[in-house]
Design a protein around this ligand. Structure first.
Ligand code: GRF
Length: 189
């Protein structure tokens, strides 16, 4: 199975996926990384790992035109993993594609921006991360897998975010494995 990863920034989840695939722990060949922004750490991390990394900028384009270029850049991908990709994909793009996303909360709690801060503000005693299938609803698609971490007394957003991120790096490869197995079962049926 051929995979593509979409990024907008730091790229630590992308690196976790590429490294797990290189170790043979994820049955996906990630052929390309696409960023909507230049000068992000993810691009260098992908290239260091021998993976082609390209920029498909959004500036000056309509969403439709941007997504047409994106679709061309990942046309060979059977599976698309969003890893810190900061754009909402249109219903038309999402339809008929297999797309996963990772989000740093226990969805359906705290969809959208700054979930770690909102987890603390809500006084939750537990936090975590979710890998879900991407549908037209932001952070709303069917859940593939979740990992839980405790909220510690006196936690800051930074401390909680770091604890969740470590869990994300373990969860995403595992969830991709599960999604690929599900796809294989579906195709066999
Ligand atoms: C992660 O917390 C991910 O859950 C969220 O954006 C962050 C991306 O971090 N969607 P990184 O670029 O993978 O380091």
């Amino acid at each position: 199975m051929i995979g593509a990863i979409l990024v907008s920034g730091r790229g630590s989840n992308m690196a976790a996926l590429l490294d797990a695939a290189a170790r043979g722990e994820v049955p996906v060949r990630f052929a390309r990384v696409v960023s909507d922004r230049e000068d992000v750490a993810a691009l260098a991390l992908a290239r260091e790992r021998g993976v082609e990394a390209v920029v498909v900028p959004r500036a000056g384009l309509t969403r439709e035109a941007h997504e047409a270029r994106l679709a061309a850049a990942i046309s060979d991908a059977d599976l698309i993993c969003l890893a810190g990709y900061m754009r909402v994909l249109s219903p038309g793009f999402v339809a008929g594609r297999r797309i996963l996303n990772i989000h740093p909360s226990l969805l359906p709690a705290h969809p959208g921006l700054e979930p770690q801060r909102r987890t603390l503000e809500a006084g939750d005693r537990e936090a975590g991360c979710t890998v879900h299938r991407v549908t037209a609803e932001v952070d709303g698609g069917p859940i593939v897998a979740q990992a839980r971490v405790p909220v510690e007394p006196g936690d800051t957003v930074e401390a909680l975010s770091a604890r969740i991120l470590a869990a994300e790096h373990r969860l995403y490869p595992e969830a991709v494995r599960m999604a690929v197995a599900e796809i294989a079962r579906g195709e066999a049926a």
